[in-house]
Design a protein around this ligand. Structure first.
Ligand SMILES: [Zn+2]
Length: 246
């Protein structure tokens, strides 16, 4: 079963880091809303004040974080985008973003970016969990479960067969830089090798598949015996890389 969605009543970021009860929902949230403090668009369990603090801290300087990156995308999107009506296509994207958001937030991840037919999620920031890689994997499985039926049923008939339809997911973990990048258009996001590898893994994942880097696999505690070892060729990497699939 897909995870239940229950959003926090008070901001988890403010509570865990500052021990400040900032009401996000219910009657107690009214005075906060007057000051523009409301649930963040990247994670409804933290507040816009948390977001602003991150942005202020990072305006000048990016910080290093230990986190897990999850990339997910819709396989066959280029073909679909040519065959589908614009309305149906945007409906598909909305559905995908919504299901990803629900899954990512259920495991305390940050839905950092939606880029065309893919999403980038970060786990262990700003809400911390020692088992952040395991949480990313759980979110990935949740995304697959949520999207499976719809991908198979509703995306058939657009020139792709069943085996070409589904979501591909890549996961990697480690140290990365989080900050505000760009000069004309600035964006608050994570960069580094971990982000790059997760993106590359996602691009070689089969429809319906989740691919973890060997490092992400080793970080799972307890180990996950359902994952299968495989060698994959990733663009920009010399020689085959070890990955684990499910
Ligand atoms: Zn907050």
């Amino acid at each position: 079963m897909a995870a239940q969605v229950v959003h926090a009543t008070i901001c988890r970021g403010c509570w865990e880091q500052l021990h400040l009860p900032i009401a996000l929902r219910g009657p107690l949230s009214a005075p906060f809303r007057v000051f523009g403090i409301k649930p963040s668009g990247m994670n409804p369990n933290i507040c816009t004040l948390c977001e602003t603090m991150f942005e202020l801290v990072m305006k000048r300087k990016a910080i290093e974080i230990e986190a897990t990156i999850l990339f997910a995308d819709i396989r066959g999107y280029t073909t679909l985008s040519q065959a589908m009506e614009p309305a149906a296509l945007s409906q598909l994207l909305n559905f995908f973003y919504d299901e990803c958001a629900t899954a990512v937030w259920s495991y305390d991840g940050l839905l950092n970016k939606t880029i065309g037919d893919s999403i980038l999620a970060i786990f262990n920031f700003p809400l911390r969990h020692a088992a952040h890689t395991g949480r990313a994997l759980s979110a990935a499985r949740d995304i697959q479960e949520r999207c499976h039926e719809r991908c198979r049923k509703e995306l058939a008939g657009y020139g792709l067969d069943q085996s070409e339809l589904g979501i591909g997911i890549g996961i990697d973990c480690g140290t990365m830089t989080f900050g505000e990048f760009g000069t004309t258009h600035t964006e608050l996001t994570a960069v580094g090798q971990v982000v790059n590898r997760a993106s590359r893994l996602q691009s070689v994942a089969a429809p319906g598949e989740i691919l973890l880097s060997d490092k992400a696999w080793a970080a799972l505690d307890p180990p996950d015996t359902a994952l299968q070892r495989r060698e994959v060729v990733l663009k920009g990497y010399a020689g085959p890389q070890v990955a684990y699939a499910c």
